[in-house]
Design a protein around this ligand. Structure first.
Ligand code: FES
Length: 104
């Protein structure tokens, strides 16, 4: 499925993400800037922080308590839009998803 990232410098990058991968892994595979993912997807670093575009935020599965705890450590936390990319699994429903990468 196609997912478009807006990198921290404003560059728009559309990547092809494999169904079943985490959004973090898909972005890392394509070298999307601003997603460091220091913990490797264990939901313990918050360096995969992203903002989900407004019209998409409600279409994703809910955040877990652990994800919400980690988001407390994210810069530019947004109560509606903030997610950890490693906690989102790519599904067919996400085709066309728009994601803003706030950077660290
Ligand atoms: Fe560390 Fe997502 S990669 S919290």
């Amino acid at each position: 499925v196609n997912v478009t990232f807006i990198e921290p410098d404003g560059t728009r990058r559309t990547i092809s993400a494999a169904i079943g991968a985490s959004l973090m892994q898909a972005a890392r595979n394509e070298g999307v800037a601003g997603i460091e993912a220091e913990c490797g997807g264990a939901c313990s670093c918050a360096t995969c922080h992203i903002h989900i575009a407004e019209d998409w935020a409600g279409r994703l599965p809910e955040r877990s308590a652990l994800e919400l705890d980690m988001l407390d450590f994210a810069n530019r936390f947004d109560p509606e839009a903030s997610r950890l990319a490693c906690q989102i699994t790519v599904t067919a429903d996400l085709d066309g998803l728009l994601v803003d990468v706030p950077g660290q």
